[in-house]
Design a protein around this ligand. Structure first.
Ligand SMILES: *Cc1c(COP(=O)(O)O)cnc(C)c1O
Length: 853
């Protein structure tokens, strides 16, 4: 019998247990072990069956048990102690409050926009790394006291759940989530009526969305939900699925997240007295429409025109790009953007002309609208997510800064991090003394950790491996039942994996560049490693393929078929439905974390960081974070065949290197035991990993960097443009207009370089004088900067590795500078004119430059 409709009834808690409701809805429990232990003790079996979900536990536990607990003194005392602890956590001054006392101009609040948030499996609103990173960003901000508001969408089905067909093909399920059963609260008017955010759609239609709030420690997370009765049927489905649907569906989602998201933040702050954000952080291009809505707000205020508003918005916006390949960037057909934004003066964004919108997203292809380009044009500050990815991004987006050296492209980097208290196993946290979130990232780990002996640490690693093995057996059996096997024929699953065998993990989404099947390049060699009689290896693999990507599904099927072979199935498994709750067992229990992307396509990668936090050793291509944090001793780098053009040959070379590393180094070291049975050299690497990487990979380190290098400078810029009734913004916009008008007549007329000496080739470090005559085209001399630029030259006289030196005005139009010759070998120089204004973050920012010709 099928139900007509489903809904969720909330448990009513006996009065003495009311605090449990609050402990279940504030998601701080996700990273607070004592709160989890408290819920587990309500009913250990139900807790385990529900994968540790407090709200569902309270709904499913028997009323009798609740009545019993309501009179259990011990339980009540514990509950109230933990509730008091939560109150302290929510109200006490933390790192950010101390920074605010020391420094003026820190942001009063920051809105962080992302299309996905992975905070916990109990709120499955993410697909992979990007969402989990956003969740970790919120958690670390909460621990540090950073006043962040998260903004995104609530998907009716989240991302899909994965299972396997009998022959190993991925099957997708979309379980429908009821927001009322999730740790969410609707945003309501004081009268109790739900708030609906409105966004105009073409043909005089309106898209409405409810706003749900999750509370992530101190950080509110606002999620918009279009599934309301007031919407037209097709518009109800806007937030149906994450990354499902066509371009039209997607642009509606992104308009709702960006435009509706700003509106949700405004209402939320008005209703709660929360400070309105002065900084807006766009986490990847998808949420970029938020900048257009903010322009509309300023224009609507009547105080600023479009250009003045743009200057204001840019000052307070930070854009983070996560995509190292052009193909990965979100682009829409220009006509589609015109369709949604072009409805005229009373359309989606009154006062924001569609041609200006289109110009912000313009790219090489005139038919496409590029969300990353818009992100960069709407933000004064931008970054990639590892040092290598910063370099790749500067290269990738250099067209926006034509005529500049690639090193000058104003995109920096903040390397991603992971939230230690979420991802470290409870036992590891205990040993490392990391239970106090404020202490994380201060290297605390090492103090608490010195007294642990190798033997003690080895035992701990063994316990985590054993827990993983138990979880693998449970999941392999469940998967086979699901694939149609009967329990009777599944006895073998009880001896899948061995708690004493070197365990390697490989789990991630399955886009091609991550090369799920590199390990299968030479199946016989893999088989030999798995079945080695003395030094065997076991391999656990997991990952979802995008539903539309049959290529990815075929890769999964290859792995599954290999792992189905009775000869090896005790040593290699594919676990379906990779997600946060399964992932933690892998990060805790794997001895080695394998990552073999095609360099440099992994922007950062974070799963290896989570493994490292638990003493797992990374075995990885030097890509993303590993490129900067591998130090020769904290794991292994798989050599890359960079530059080998034939992808097949490259895979062959890199797979061979991988097999050799495992067979010659990793496995021998793991099995090299002392008399006490402990692998001393291995434990040395584990210690070194915990000590050296432990503090570096923390999300708290990452969030502090965002605060210090992006949010705080942006807040100062935003304050400067906003001062005196937006005088700064008006001045900056009028400066940009003057520049635009004069720029084509600015000219570097004559340049000379004289080098002291006798005419022989000058010596490295000797001085040269550069002079130039510059025509300012009507601009004031204070409005430009003239620079001598010197660098290496290649055969075509292109300058590289440039150094620029400001030139001084000697007489009207006459500039000169003394420069030191920085390089031996072929060297060249030029002179250039750049914009100069105190409200620009750098003279490069506007992409404008006049070069001597
Ligand atoms: C950390 C994490 C990811 C991201 O891992 P990468 O190494 O960046 O691929 C994906 N999914 C889950 C569930 C995670 O916990």
């Amino acid at each position: 019998m099928r139900a007509l409709r489903r809904f969720t009834v909330r448990a009513s808690l006996p009065e003495p247990l009311e605090a449990l409701g609050r402990l279940a809805t504030n998601l701080r429990w996700v990273w607070h072990q004592p709160t989890q232990d408290l819920f587990a003790s309500v009913d250990p079996q139900v807790w385990e069956r529900l994968d540790g979900d407090p709200l569902r536990l309270l709904a499913e536990v028997s009323p009798d048990r609740l009545q019993q607990l309501a009179t259990d003194e011990g339980f009540l005392v514990r509950t109230s102690a933990i509730a008091d602890d939560l109150d302290r956590y929510l109200t006490s001054g933390r790192w950010y409050q101390r920074r605010q006392e020391e420094t003026e101009g820190m942001p009063s609040s920051i809105a962080y926009f992302s299309m996905e948030f992975g905070v916990t499996e109990a709120l499955p609103n993410y697909s992979g790394g990007l969402g989990v990173l956003a969740g970790d960003h919120l958690k670390a901000a909460s621990d540090l006291g950073v006043p962040l508001i998260g903004v995104g969408l609530l998907y009716r089905s989240g991302y899909f759940r994965q299972s396997l067909s009998h022959d190993g093909w991925q099957i997708e399920h979309y379980p429908v989530l009821d927001p009322r059963a999730l740790p969410l609260e609707p945003l309501t008017e004081p009268s109790g009526a739900p708030i609906l955010v409105h966004v105009a759609m073409p043909d005089d239609r309106v898209l409405r969305a409810r706003v749900w709030k999750a509370q992530v420690g101190r950080v509110p997370l606002l999620l918009l939900d279009s599934d309301v009765e007031e919407n037209d049927e097709d518009l109800r489905g806007v937030t149906d699925r994450l990354y499902g649907g066509d371009q039209n569906h997607r642009i509606r989602q992104e308009i709702l997240a960006g435009v509706g998201g700003v509106r949700a933040v405004r209402v939320f702050c008005e209703l709660t007295g929360h400070a309105q954000p002065d900084i807006f952080h766009t986490n990847e291009g998808h949420a970029g429409f938020l900048g257009l809505e903010r322009i509309r707000e300023y224009v609507a205020s009547g105080e600023l025109d479009f250009d003045q508003s743009l200057s204001t918005v840019r000052a307070g916006t930070v854009f983070t790009t996560h995509t190292p390949v052009p193909a990965g960037i979100d682009r829409f057909p220009v006509d589609l953007v015109r369709h949604y934004f072009g409805a005229g003066s009373d359309g989606l964004l009154p006062g924001v002309p569609v041609d200006r919108v289109l110009a912000l997203g313009a790219e090489e292809n005139p038919g496409l609208f590029n969300m990353a380009h818009m992100g960069l044009r709407l933000a004064q500050r931008a970054n990639g997510v590892s040092q290598l990815h910063g370099r790749v991004s500067r290269e990738m987006f250099r067209a926006l800064w034509q005529d500049f050296d690639v090193t000058e492209v104003p995109i920096g980097s903040v390397t991603n991090g992971v939230h230690g208290p979420t991802w470290a196993a409870p036992e590891v946290s205990k040993v490392l003394g990391e239970s106090e979130p404020d202490a994380i990232g201060k290297g605390v780990g090492i103090h608490g950790f010195e007294p642990v002996t190798d033997a003690g640490l080895w035992e701990l690693r063994g316990a985590l491996r054993a827990r993983l093995v138990a979880e693998i057996r449970r999941r392999v059996r469940a998967s086979w039942v699901q694939r149609g096997a009967s329990n009777l024929e599944l006895g073998w699953t009880d001896s899948v994996f061995d708690p004493g065998v070197l365990t390697i993990g490989f789990a991630r989404r399955v886009p091609t560049y991550k090369r799920l099947t590199l390990m299968l390049r030479d199946p016989e060699r893999l088989r030999a490693l798995l079945l080695d009689p003395e030094r065997p290896v076991q391999l656990v693999v997991a990952g979802k393929s995008h539903p539309a990507d049959d290529g990815g599904k075929a890769l999964i099927q290859q792995i599954v078929r290999f792992a189905d072979d009775p000869e090896v199935r005790h040593r290699i498994v594919f676990l379906p439905d990779y997600g946060m709750s399964m992932a933690k067992y892998l990060y805790w229990g794997c001895d080695v974390w394998l990552n073999n992307p095609l360099r440099p396509l992994e922007a950062c990668g974070t799963s290896g960081m989570k493994s490292a936090l638990n003493g797992g050793l990374n075995l990885s291509i030097k890509d993303g974070w590993w490129d900067e944090l591998f130090d020769g001793d904290n794991g292994w780098a798989i050599p890359t065949a960079d530059g080998v053009a034939d992808p097949n040959r490259r895979d062959d070379l890199e797979a061979t290197a991988l097999y050799e590393l495992i067979g010659d180094q990793v496995a021998p070291m793991f099995y090299d035991r002392g008399e006490d049975g402990v692998p001393a050299r291995w434990m040395g690497k584990v210690r070194h990993t915990l000590a050296s990487l432990g503090p570096q990979v923390q999300a708290s380190r990452m969030v502090k960097e965002y605060v210090e290098t992006l949010y705080a400078p942006a807040a100062r810029s935003a304050a400067a443009v906003g001062e005196y009734a937006h005088n700064g913004a008006k001045e900056l916009a009028s400066y940009r207009a003057r520049l635009d008008a004069a720029w084509s007549s600015v000219r570097v007329a004559e340049t000379t370089m004289s080098i002291n000496g006798n005419g022989a080739a000058p010596l490295l470090g000797s001085k040269a004088t550069v002079t130039a005559r510059v025509e300012l085209g009507g601009l004031d001399r204070t409005e430009i900067e003239v620079q001598a630029v010197i660098g290496r030259v290649d055969d075509s006289d292109e300058l590289h590795d440039v150094i620029s030196v400001p030139m001084d005005l000697q007489a009207p139009g006459e500039y000169s500078a003394e420069v030191e010759l920085p390089y031996a070998g072929p060297t060249g120089y030029t002179v250039r004119v750049l914009p100069k204004h105190e409200l620009l973050a750098s003279p490069v920012e506007l992409g404008k430059v006049i070069l001597a010709s």
